[in-house]
Design a protein around this ligand. Sequence first.
Ligand code: 5GP
Length: 113
Amino acid sequence: MTLFEKIVARQIPADIVYEDDLVLAFRDINPQAPTHVLIVPKRVIPRIGEAAGPADQATVGHLLVQAAAVARRLGLGETGYRLVINNGTDGGETVPHLHCHILGGRPLAWPPG
Ligand code: 5GP
């Protein structure tokens, strides 16, 4: 089981901010911005580079639309936010379970330090 599957299964506690049949969103344990939430598919796709086929396409589409909805619900709709998906070692991916970072609450520099 991946770390995030354990969070989905409530085997590891997390501060959950949104859940539906396909995705779970919870606060990052090591926030890089005043608001830092992760949204993950409940069914594991290891990383975006391995998303394939109609089911994964539907899941990834839903994940991104719900990421924006979660950002709005957390009050970031007016001020803005960043969605980030890391893929592989050079991308900074540390958990092999697709996740989209939702970052906001202050102006975010690009590229990140
Ligand atoms: P990545 O670097 O793979 O894109 O992002 C993984 C994220 O998961 C990191 O931002 C890290 O802080 C977060 N993370 C790692 N372990 C836990 C955990 O046990 N709980 C929560 N809520 N976040 C975690």
